[in-house]
Every structure is written in structure tokens, then in C-alpha cells.
Design a binder for this molecule. Structure first.
Ligand SMILES: Nc1ncnc2c1ncn2[C@@H]1O[C@H](COP(=O)(O)OP(=O)(O)OP(=O)(O)O)[C@@H](O)[C@H]1O
Ligand SMILES: [Mg+2]
Length: 118
């Protein structure tokens, strides 16, 4: 298992969420994040808006998936997250040792899959 952790623009989140859902990845977490990239303190432009703060608001998206699904999830984030402008964000992938579904006590990779009974 791996955690895909992405810092993305707010505008990118909804299309990413929708495509991940369609592809069978409904489970994710989102946090309002603030951070800086390598242009710390430099003005950014996004669709006509000028952004001058040193700490830019970003969405932190976390999605734990099976190893073989990392590439799919990353490609969805790249597809919808890239505008070609600075500040599009970053994606990190890290190992996850174990996972449990609290309701049932099940563990392991199988708990990551979408299932019929909700
Ligand atoms: N190395 C890092 N560690 C943790 N968070 C990071 C790191 N790099 C970027 N971030 C987060 O991602 C956000 C977006 O970074 P950003 O897209 O500006 O990266 P960049 O390296 O400057 O690339 P670009 O040149 O495309 O802007 C930052 O505001 C921060 O929240
Ligand atoms: Mg940057």
C-alpha cells in the first residue's frame, strides 16, 4: 500500500475527485493547507488573479491505494492539476504499513477497495 499525498489548487480538486470516483477510488481525505514552493514570496498569477501572499492556500489530498494503483491516481492528479503555471503543486508517494477498517476490524489492502454495501 502507498499513500499518494498531493498539494493541489482548490480548483483542481473537484475534477480530480470526480474522475477518481469514476475509476473506483471513492475514498480520500482533504485538508486545507498553506505552504510555499520554490517561489516563496514571489507573485503568482492564476487565470488573471495576482496572488502575493508568501503562504499560498492549497488543498492537501491524501489517498491510500494498492501499489499497482499509484500510477493511475497520480496520472489523474497530473491531468487535472496542471495548468502549466507555477504553483500547480506537488505529489508525494509514501509507503503505508497497514490499514484497518474500524467498523469490521478487517485489515490489509482489501479495505481500500470500493465495495457494494455502504
Ligand atoms: N518539498 C515540499 N514539501 C512539502 N510541501 C511542499 C513541498 N513542495 C511544495 N509543497 C507544497 O506544495 C505547494 C505548491 O508547491 P509549488 O507548486 O509552488 O511547487 P514548486 O516546486 O514551487 O513548483 P512550481 O515551480 O511549479 O511552482 C506548496 O505551497 C506547499 O504547500
Ligand atoms: Mg511554486
Amino acid at each position: 500500500m502507498k499513500k499518494v499525498e498531493a498539494f493541489i489548487r482548490h480548483e483542481a480538486f473537484e475534477p480530480i475527485r470526480i474522475e477518481l470516483l469514476e475509476l473506483g477510488f471513492p475514498s480520500l481525505s482533504v485538508t486545507e493547507a498553506r505552504g510555499s514552493g520554490r517561489q516563496a514570496g514571489i507573485v503568482e498569477h492564476y487565470r488573471g488573479a495576482e496572488l502575493t501572499s508568501h503562504l499560498r492556500p492549497k488543498i492537501k489530498l491524501e489517498c491510500v491505494v494498492a501499489d499497482q494503483d499509484v500510477e493511475t491516481v497520480v496520472q489523474v492528479i497530473l491531468k487535472h492539476g496542471s495548468t502549466g503555471n507555477v504553483g500547480d503543486g506537488k505529489i508525494f508517494v509514501m509507503p503505508v504499513e497497514q490499514a484497518w477498517r474500524v467498523r469490521t476490524g478487517e485489515r490489509g489492502e482489501s479495505i481500500l477497495q470500493a465495495h457494494r454495501e455502504q
